[in-house]
Design a protein around this ligand. Structure first.
Ligand SMILES: [Zn+2]
Length: 403
């Protein structure tokens, strides 16, 4: 137990601070040098880390440096979107080796979407074997609440799926070790392992798209709560009534996400168009043969200077910031990272978010807190699906065989 904990400690420090020498690792971890050497030998034999030459800078003796071995193995990431499925094969540091995304129809039978996804996962696995890379596992990010113990998608409001045993289905079909996680939580883990939050210990990841999800990181780990459902920030009940007059898909009125998600953005644009404000959007829609408004289209209009589009992003950013201010007061995070579809329009959204947060959060709590965009854009959860597998290895390195 102690050895596994120390093995993980050394691996995680290499992950966060590489390139590192054994001597530096001993200083950081507080373990003695011979223990560190033996733990490093263990990690080398599992090919989770590798040596990358000598450090000749500074006054001390040159030392061999270590880093995470990018080709420790391949990981299959699966993202079940609301209207698409995406599958990728990535290496151990989250670099994409192969990926494919296709539309899925949320109104078709559940088994059809699952089979479509299994077929893509099969292709990723074949690709990995072709590259002669060992498979370290499969991660699945799903838009809903997940029972981590049982590996079941308990409820997805946007897919309207209940109690789907995704881990069993995917492990039976692929023979791999399968991990499943809520999409926003997974995306937050990606940010922590591969993205802009590598060194941050306390941060909030906001996943803004069809709904709004959140991953809360406390002391460097994802906070899962009592039943594993923590982070359903979109359903914070902030208003007496629903924004659209309809209840939220969770069944309640007044949820924060209804004012701050992509539907809210589209509602603001529609209101602007109905009131007769001039806009490029009707022309853009007919040129691109789009039947309905989308974040992408509204962003294109904003880029061309369309005031209806720009104002709508500002309105949504303001609502988003009001909710985030509450979270800042509760968690006092170092940073807030906004990912998901809406983060693609960060240049229009973020200033309004930042303004609202600084107006509403308590001054002392807010000090040195930054709101930034995710680097993963649309694919935050796909990287997240891979990241949950890497995260498990980071905490349980001996689950990976020596060879
Ligand atoms: Zn709700």
């Amino acid at each position: 137990m102690v050895r596994e904990a120390n093995l993980s400690l050394v691996l995680r420090n290499i992950q966060n601070e590489a390139p590192l020498s054994r001597a530096k690792l001993a200083v950081i971890t507080g373990l003695n040098k011979s223990t560190v050497s033996s733990l490093v030998e263990d990690l080398l034999s599992r090919r989770l880390v590798h040596e990358i030459g000598m450090n000749s800078v500074g006054t001390g003796r040159p030392a061999t440096l270590l880093e995470i071995n990018p080709m420790a193995g391949g990981i299959v990431g699966v993202e079940l979107g609301v209207d698409f499925v995406a599958v990728a094969l990535m290496n151990f540091i989250g670099k994409t080796l192969w990926s494919h995304k296709e539309k899925a129809d949320p109104s078709v039978e559940q088994t059809k979407t699952i089979n479509q996804t299994l077929e893509l996962a099969g292709k990723a696995i074949a690709k990995c074997r072709e590259m002669n890379l060992r498979l370290l596992g499969l991660g699945l990010a799903a838009p809903g609440t997940v029972d981590l113990q049982e590996g079941v998608l308990v409820f997805s409001p946007n897919l309207r799926w209940h109690n789907v045993p995704l881990r069993r289905i995917f492990s039976e079909h692929t023979g791999l070790k399968v991990f499943i996680e809520n999409d926003a939580n997974a995306a937050g883990v990606a940010e922590h392992l591969f993205g802009v939050m590598r060194q941050a210990k306390n941060f909030i990841f906001i996943y803004a798209g069809v709904g709004i999800g959140g991953g809360l990181f406390i002391n460097g780990r994802l906070y899962r709560g009592h039943n594993g459902y923590a982070g359903e920030i979109g359903h914070i009940s902030t208003m007496a009534e629903s924004a659209s007059g309809e209840p939220c898909l969770c069944g309640n009125p007044g949820c924060w996400e209804a004012y701050s998600n992509q539907r809210a953005l589209i509602r603001w644009v529609e209101d602007g168009l109905k009131s007769g404000r001039p806009s490029l959007l009707p022309k853009l829609m007919s040129e691109q043969k789009e039947m309905s408004l989308s974040v992408d289209l509204i962003k294109q209009a904003a880029d061309a200077g369309d005031q209806v589009a720009i104002d709508s992003f500002v309105q949504v950013g303001r609502s988003m910031g009001q909710g985030i201010a509450g979270m800042v007061n509760i968690f006092n995070p170092e940073k807030i990272v906004i990912g998901g579809t809406l983060s693609m329009a960060g240049e229009y959204l973020l200033p309004a978010v930042t303004d609202a947060v600084s107006q509403r959060a308590m001054n002392d709590v807010l000090k040195n807190t930054e709101v930034i965009s995710s680097v993963f854009g649309h694919d935050a959860s796909l990287f997240g699906a891979v990241a949950i597998v890497v995260e498990d290895i980071m905490w349980n390195p001996s689950s990976v065989e020596r060879r």
